[in-house]
Design a protein around this ligand. Sequence first.
Ligand SMILES: CC(C)(COP(=O)(O)OP(=O)(O)OC[C@H]1O[C@@H](n2cnc3c(N)ncnc32)[C@H](O)[C@@H]1OP(=O)(O)O)[C@@H](O)C(=O)NCCC(=O)NCCS
Length: 259
Amino acid sequence: MAPAPGLRMFVCPNSLDIPDWPLARISACEVDVFSVSTHFSLSDIGQLRTLLTDDELSRADRFRFDEHRNQYTIARGWLRLLLSGYTGRDATQLRFAYASNGKPELVSDTGEASIDFNVAHSEELIVLAFARHRRLGIDIERIRQDVAYDDLAQRYFSAAEYACLRELAPTRRANAFFACWTRKEAYVKALGYGLALPLPSFDVFLDANVPYHIMRPSFEPGVQWHIQNLEVASGYAAALALEEANSTPTTAAEVFSIS
Ligand SMILES: CC(C)(COP(=O)(O)OP(=O)(O)OC[C@H]1O[C@@H](n2cnc3c(N)ncnc32)[C@H](O)[C@@H]1OP(=O)(O)O)[C@@H](O)C(=O)NCCC(=O)NCCS
């Protein structure tokens, strides 16, 4: 499969015992994807907590289980560290705004070049994606064989995607289900709607040898998307949806009116 042009993949260390995070450079034609495992020492998690705002700490502390609290803390802490690297701003000073369906965006106080990002987590892995001036979404799911994926696909995939899944040998269907699911979720996250956008209303399920473009319907005429699965770790499916450079997005209202 052809990778998204400019895709760079990184694995973050499992320790914060690193020198100052270098100022990262990312051009308009690059997209960076980082994976982070949640295996951090309690002392490193404590250090990451010091980067979080009071609101973020309250959110972390509302999680009932340690694993969810730690997952959120590590994801938000690393998001702040990486954004600090891209912007040169102090990680603790970064502010986020939230769109109506909850998508976080970086607030720019100084008019510096904007950086778009998206985050996903599943069990022991977190993925973070960054680009400039391009909408993007990322998703990751642990591949489980014990889910009723045929029922889920019938309910949430488009008719064309479901038909493709049914054509596969039964032994390949679980992996294919999660590959397709993450591509669909990455796309709705890139648009910012999340699952408020009906998943059966568009197709991403295509031949694995070609880059995935949204085939039906074209919610935004003139806007091209590159949607592809990412190999992040064994046992996980992940996908990135990236708006192609120089696309001209239409407004949110138009997205919903064409369904
Ligand atoms: C966004 C959404 C698809 C995430 O699904 P998920 O599998 O639970 O979570 P993921 O691990 O993939 O992603 C979570 C991250 O996505 C980001 N995110 C949150 N809302 C988002 C949105 N609408 N679009 C894109 N990204 C979003 C956040 O960074 C979040 O990380 P955080 O919780 O650490 O802050 C889901 O929560 C959703 O659909 N939310 C919107 C629902 C909504 O607004 N409903 C209203 C009426 S139906």
